[in-house]
Design a protein around this ligand. Structure first.
Ligand SMILES: NCc1[nH]cc(CCC(=O)O)c1CC(=O)O
Ligand SMILES: [Zn+2]
Ligand SMILES: [Zn+2]
Length: 382
């Protein structure tokens, strides 16, 4: 057989063609036939350069011709227990308002929470992360005083969820930006920069308040230096350290992917930006230092955020924190971008929801915070 007819032969037997038509069994048969003929063709044309053993080792399709065998190629399969679903809880108890920039997501008051979550819990929802959203005018101040208000939305929801869904694992985001009048993630000096010490003192108090109310996990997203150690020490002091997980947003990058979240939570800074505390997007080394630092300060879980644009950082976190669970947050901008592209016909929404999530798992995460969780609860059953 001549070289050109071999190429033609291979092209005709493109093993992906039947799969693109959605016919898996035809693909299996076809692959077998084509491997046989490829081997024969090589044997007759390539005797001079390709050794027999190399030839045999070059055959990869055999390992993934069947759907089940394809699933075995992944180190980790997506399961429901890996997923954490973000909830925006407003202080308007009866409110249920869609968030325009964040497709299919609503801001909800306490009274809307249980009816919304009941079907999800029934379908296998295991964990949520809570973000409080004070809507009542006059609630915000320079110190973020309402963050740990016992009558505020977060603390009341923790109690309610613990009582109504005893098996639901409750994570609380800990930050001040939703509660400060200036929208920054801490307490400011007069020049507008973060006062690290005051911020850490306040944020660790808020974390302990959530833990006392019954949160299983507290997750500081503020990026002030030293907050992991401060929270751990206060949890020890409060006698809560043995059963409250500390998940650090260790490598949280500044950038343009948090816009829809800030719409949802009303937490956009009123001046300036967050580039002096969130990490610069090119700062891989800095992220590695932040990860190592937070592990040393006592973090139980390391999170990377955003996820899709920072897969190398997830892989770094997995390497540096090989003995810790690694979480990744597919943030509001990533989610909105996928929706927009699907709507524009670039790809199928479900296919990209899976592909983006599988890439996060492949990079090394085993916990994924995602706005796709309600959909995954259905998709993972079918
Ligand atoms: N500090 C609060 C916080 N916690 C999680 C997110 C972003 C989550 C998302 O975009 O989905 C933010 C916003 C920010 O830092 O501006
Ligand atoms: Zn913040
Ligand atoms: Zn600064």
């Amino acid at each position: 057989m001549s070289f050109s007819s071999l190429v033609q032969d291979l092209a005709l037997r493109d093993p992906d063609a039947p799969r693109r038509r959605g016919d898996a069994s035809a693909s299996t048969m076809d692959d077998r036939a084509s491997q046989f003929s490829v081997a024969k063709s090589y044997a007759s044309t390539a005797a001079t350069s390709v050794s027999i053993s190399g030839d045999i080792g070059s055959q990869l399709h055999a390992g993934y011709s069947h759907p089940l065998a394809r699933s075995w190629q992944a180190e980790r399969q997506l399961t429901k227990s890996m997923l954490i679903y973000p909830l925006f809880i407003s202080d308007q108890d009866d409110e249920e308002v869609p968030i325009p920039s964040l497709p299919n997501q609503c801001r909800r008051g306490l009274n809307r929470l249980i009816p919304f979550l009941e079907p999800l819990v029934r379908k296998g929802l295991r964990s949520v992360i809570l973000f409080g959203v004070p809507m009542q005018p006059g609630t915000k101040d320079a110190l973020g005083s309402s963050a740990d208000d016992p009558n505020g939305p977060v603390i009341r929801s923790i109690r309610l969820l613990r009582q109504r869904f005893p098996h639901l694992y409750i994570v609380c985001d800990v930050c001040l930006c939703e509660y400060t009048s200036h929208g920054h993630c801490g307490i400011l000096r007069e020049d507008g920069s973060l006062n690290n010490q005051l911020s850490v003192d306040r944020i660790s108090d808020v974390a302990v308040a959530y833990a006392r109310a019954g949160a299983h996990c507290v997750a500081p997203s503020d990026m002030n230096d030293g907050r992991i150690r401060a929270i751990k020490l206060k949890l020890i002091e409060a006698g809560l350290v043995h059963n409250v997980t500390l998940m650090s947003y260790a490598a949280k990058f500044s950038g343009c992917l948090y816009g829809p979240f800030r719409d949802a939570a009303g937490s956009a800074p009123s001046f300036g930006d967050r580039r002096c505390y969130q990490l610069p997007p090119g700062g891989r080394g800095l992220a590695r230092r932040a990860i190592v630092r937070d592990i040393n300060e006592g973090a139980d879980i390391i999170m990377v955020k955003p996820a899709g644009q920072y897969l190398d950082i997830i892989a770094d976190a997995k390497e540096l924190g090989r003995d810790l669970p690694i979480a990744a947050y597919q943030v509001s901008g990533e989610f909105a971008m996928i929706h927009a592209a699907a709507k524009a016909g670039v790809f199928d929404l479900k296919s990209m929801a899976f592909e983006s999530t599988e890439s996060i798992l492949r990079a090394g995460a085993t916990i994924i915070i995602s706005y796709f969780v309600p959909e995954f609860l259905d998709w993972l059953d079918s």
